[in-house]
Design a protein around this ligand. Structure first.
Ligand SMILES: Nc1ncnc2c1ncn2[C@@H]1O[C@H](COP(=O)(O)OP(=O)(O)O)[C@@H](O)[C@H]1O
Ligand SMILES: [Mg+2]
Length: 337
């Protein structure tokens, strides 16, 4: 049985133009990471909130470990842990005290709560900071404490909503290794992210969302070969040759390549490997020296572009503009998110 099963979830917020979710379906197998991938406003948090029993869907159904999230919220809550997009721990308490408190709230005795908090502090390598108030923590330490907080009740299913947004690369790597450890322990993780690279690194299966709809799902490799296919890359020795080389690439592949004038890198999507052979001949005949020439698999960014006609960055920016419009018009009546 799938640990997470989502069937045709739909949700519209009052007074919004388009649904936040339309007919979203996916499943997650036990002990795997499901990556819910999409730009700002694509419906990731709405999905997580419905699965965590914090929000009712308008249509569709979802089950966690076989329990219906609407009809059996108690059983669902007993199975899950949730780390939101924004830290949920108390700034004015120490890290250890935060974890103890959560454990007490979940019904543990005082000594049991202390033991569980200490265990998690060690597991998350926060010993040195355990006795300090959380407001003195770095972003990465806070995020680790936040994940620790969601694990106090030993959930079998963990929701991580953009756990690395705003983190520096080192802290991001720490969160990544944490997720890998949890999965090795058998926890099923639903991770939302705007970072295609993160999804690529961590997720066994991906669900790509855009404007509340699933635009693609599958393993990262499946997605990359579904759309876009291959990309041809060539780097010329002298950046002065860029324009000329790009002309040859266009002639050989029939598509206009992307050219980076600073690095001399020229890239273009290709349908087959024959272009590579033809290009070598062309560049040699034209006397254009190059240092790199090869094929690579399309990136998830390119897949998103191929499926939606927008780059993930442009999609996120468009959403931000849409959000800003009613505020500028003075008509904003916003509920908290
Ligand atoms: N409380 C709310 N009230 C009205 N609209 C909302 C609310 N929360 C989210 N939305 C809208 O629903 C859509 C999906 O939002 P969300 O699930 O937060 O996306 P994501 O987490 O992918 O950024 C967006 O268009 C957003 O503006
Ligand atoms: Mg969100």
């Amino acid at each position: 049985m799938e640990t997470i099963r989502v069937e045709s979830l739909s949700k519209s917020y009052p007074k919004s133009e388009r649904p936040a979710l339309s007919e979203v379906s996916f499943t997650a197998r036990p002990g795997t990471v499901l990556g819910l991938l999409g730009p700002n406003g694509s419906g990731k948090t709405t999905t997580v909130r419905i699965l965590a029993t914090l929000l009712r869907p308008d249509g569709g159904q979802a089950w966690i470990d076989g329990h219906d999230v609407v009809a059996q919220p108690q059983q669902v809550r007993a199975a899950i842990g949730l780390t939101g997009q924004y830290a949920a721990v108390d700034d004015e308490l120490t890290g250890l005290r935060n974890l103890e408190l959560i454990s007490r709230l979940l019904g543990a005795s005082r000594p049991a709560a202390r033991a569980r908090a200490t265990e998690l502090i060690e597991r998350f390598e926060l010993e040195e900071a355990a006795g300090r108030m959380v407001k003195t923590y770095s972003g990465g330490m806070r995020r680790r404490l936040d994940v620790a907080a969601s694990l106090v009740g030993r959930p079998r299913v963990l929701f991580l909503d953009e756990p690395t947004t705003g983190l520096d690369p080192r802290s991001r790597n720490e969160v990544w290794s944490l997720v890998r450890e949890l999965v090795a322990d058998g926890v099923t993780v639903l991770l939302t992210t705007q970072y295609l690279e993160e999804a690529d690194q961590l997720a066994n299966d991906l669900v790509m969302l855009d404007q509340g709809r699933v635009v693609a799902s599958g393993t990262p490799t499946e997605l990359k070969s579904k759309a876009g296919g291959l990309a041809l890359q060539v780097r010329v020795v002298s950046t002065g040759d860029c324009a000329r080389a790009a002309g040859h690439v266009a002639a050989v592949t029939g598509s206009q390549p992307a050219v980076d004038e600073d690095t001399g890198l020229i890239e273009v999507p290709v349908g087959d490997t024959g272009a590579l052979r033809r290009l070598v001949g062309e560049l040699e005949d034209a006397g254009i020296p190059f240092v790199e020439l090869g094929l690579r698999q399309a990136t998830l960014d390119e897949v998103f572009f191929a499926l939606t006609g927008r780059s993930p960055k442009a999609a996120a920016a468009a959403e931000t503009d849409a959000d800003a419009a009613p505020i500028a018009a003075g008509a904003a009546e916003r509920t908290s998110r």
